[in-house]
Design a protein around this ligand. Structure first.
Ligand code: ASP
Length: 431
């Protein structure tokens, strides 16, 4: 029998569809509160216990945990290699400034786009939603706390707790010192280069297992997902999806064309696996190893640039999340009949952009950032409870946009530093 070798994207897509179908099938028999038992004669099998909280839960969690397992070693090792090979602290400073400015700029564009389109469509106008829900708010960290918090007093502690900004600061200092340490530094650099290759191999192995992980994640999610919530919040849901798509498929390609002068279509094609990972895991952080692999191996960005821009982006750049905050602000204001002034919109723009610096890319963090934005402009934080029901699906979609933004900025910065290998970028067989 001829064996058909499907590429990874197709396998992940098949796994996604199967996961969704099986999840929906099981949802006919179980819910968060109830279960169905299958009588096998000698014992009763619980659908929820065995399949959903058992098999799917275990498979999905192992997959996400394994991705997360690679994040800290990968960021540390690749960033040390990157800064050591740059060997020029002025260049590192320039790189940092460029990336941060680009990340903040794309986030500001994202929110402006979201506020404008949402105001035009009016997702919350004439809504009959009950406004008696409740939601716990979170205090926003002060700007000073965010800056001070970037410096680790203990690098091991920073790595153990996965504090990305602290790890970035330590790795850069370590890499610069290694470059300055002469012969001893050279020996160590060789060791780190080899280690980097080994860790990227681990990423490759994990990517091959992705279809199984994705299947389990989606089967569990869709078994409990309340699809009718989407219908209730249809206007909000589809406005948000629309803005996310415009940002990813129109704004990014235009920026890429203008600033990197590369073919945006090639970029989007090469992003597909990474976007699927982000969609299934809802976490830019967990997707980081895959993003890194994509920008260096498939798009040709040099490791010295990508090792810096990708972890930084996964931490401070969340355009998709910013779009959600823009649309949600307009939606909730309309549902509660509150008029927002121009100054409120500016406050939304500023708070949402700054909040993205202080919060890491993990599932659901966007809602915490949204509560900071609401507090800032005086919208009822309880309003967030109204959109909770559909947030899981939206979180998946916006995470895919978040990681696409990280890769896009990486390409622009790499191009501007003459560190984007055009032959690799244009080689469509590497996709
Ligand atoms: N899940 C998103 C991310 O990891 C953050 C969010 O919007 O909740 O990028």
């Amino acid at each position: 029998m001829p064996s058909i070798k499907l590429n990874l994207t197709i396998r992940i897509l098949i796994a996604m569809v199967l996961g969704i179908l099986i999840g929906r099938f099981f949802s006919l028999f179980v819910s968060e509160q109830s279960d169905t038992l299958i009588n096998l004669g000698f014992f009763e099998l619980s659908i929820k216990g065995f399949f959903i909280d058992g098999l799917f839960n275990i498979g999905g969690q192992i997959f996400v945990t394994s991705l997360k397992m690679l994040v800290v070693p990968l960021v540390f090792v690749s960033l040390v290699c990157g800064t050591c090979s740059l060997n020029d602290s002025a260049k590192i400073g320039r790189l940092g400034l460029k990336s941060i400015v680009l990340y903040l700029l794309t986030t500001a564009i994202a929110i402006t786009l979201a506020l404008s389109i949402a105001n035009f469509i009016g997702p919350g106008e004439g809504s009959s939603l009950q406004t008696d829900a409740s939601f716990e708010s979170q205090p926003a960290p002060s700007f000073a706390d965010v800056i001070i918090g970037m410096f680790p007093s203990n690098p091991i502690d920073a790595m153990a707790s996965g504090n990305m900004l602290q790890i970035i600061v330590f790795s850069i200092l370590f890499g610069i010192s290694m470059a300055m340490a002469g012969e001893a530094g050279k020996k160590l650099a060789h060791f780190f280069d080899n280690l980097n290759e080994v860790i990227l191999k681990m990423v490759n192995i994990l990517m091959k297992l992705a279809p199984y992980g994705v299947f389990c994640l989606l089967a569990k999610l869709f078994a409990f997902l309340e699809i009718d919530e989407v219908a209730k919040l249809g206007k909000y849901f589809f406005t948000l999806i629309g803005v996310l798509l415009i940002h990813a498929l129109f704004v990014y390609p235009v920026l890429l064309k203008i600033f990197a002068r590369v073919n945006p279509l090639t970029f989007l094609i090469k992003m597909k696996d990474t976007a699927l990972f982000a969609f299934s895991t809802s976490s830019s952080n967990a997707t980081m190893p895959v993003t890194m692999n994509t920008v260096t191996k498939k798009m040709g960005a040099d490791n010295s640039i990508a090792s810096f821009t990708v972890p930084l982006g996964a931490t401070i750049n969340m355009d998709g999340t910013a779009i959600m905050q823009g649309v949600a602000t307009v939606f909730i204001a309309q549902v509660y009949g509150i008029d927002l002034a121009m100054s409120d919109y500016l406050a939304v723009l500023l708070t949402a952009t700054l909040a993205s610096i202080g919060t890491a890319g993990v599932p659901g963090v966007g809602l915490i950032m949204l509560s900071m934005v609401f507090q800032q402009v005086g919208l009822p934080v309880e309003g967030i409870a109204l959109i909770l029901g559909v947030d899981r699906l939206l979180d998946m979609t916006r995470t895919a946009v978040n990681v696409t933004g990280d890769a896009m900025v990486t390409c622009i910065v790499a191009k501007s530093e003459k560190a984007l290998d055009k032959d690799v970028f244009n080689d469509i067989s590497k996709s």
